[in-house]
Design a protein around this ligand. Structure first.
Ligand SMILES: [Zn+2]
Length: 88
């Protein structure tokens, strides 16, 4: 294994390379996050883990704990969350 460098180099050999790549992807994504409704950049504020609020349009939505758009899938808008709950 070669020397680990770059933005995730501080993590060293811990966690494994796959996880480090994932961390790197998250770090790159945190900057310039877009609001899913009004598409304003950098207006999202994290209210709690997974809860995001847009300072521009005031939308409140569920996302990733540390980034608004999760890698797992698209961000759920409040209306979508409601429809999921109703389906249960
Ligand atoms: Zn917005």
């Amino acid at each position: 294994m070669g020397k680990i460098t770059g933005p995730v180099g501080c993590y060293g050999p811990r966690y494994g390379s796959t996880i480090r790549k994932r961390i790197l992807a998250i770090k790159l994504k945190v900057k310039g996050q877009k609001c899913p409704k009004c598409y304003s950049i950098d207006t999202l504020r994290r209210e709690a883990a997974g809860i995001w609020i847009c300072k521009s349009c005031g939308i409140k939505f569920a996302g990733g704990a540390y980034i608004a758009q999760t890698i797992m899938g698209k961000t759920l808008l409040p209306e979508e969350l409601k429809s999921i709950k109703e389906r249960k």
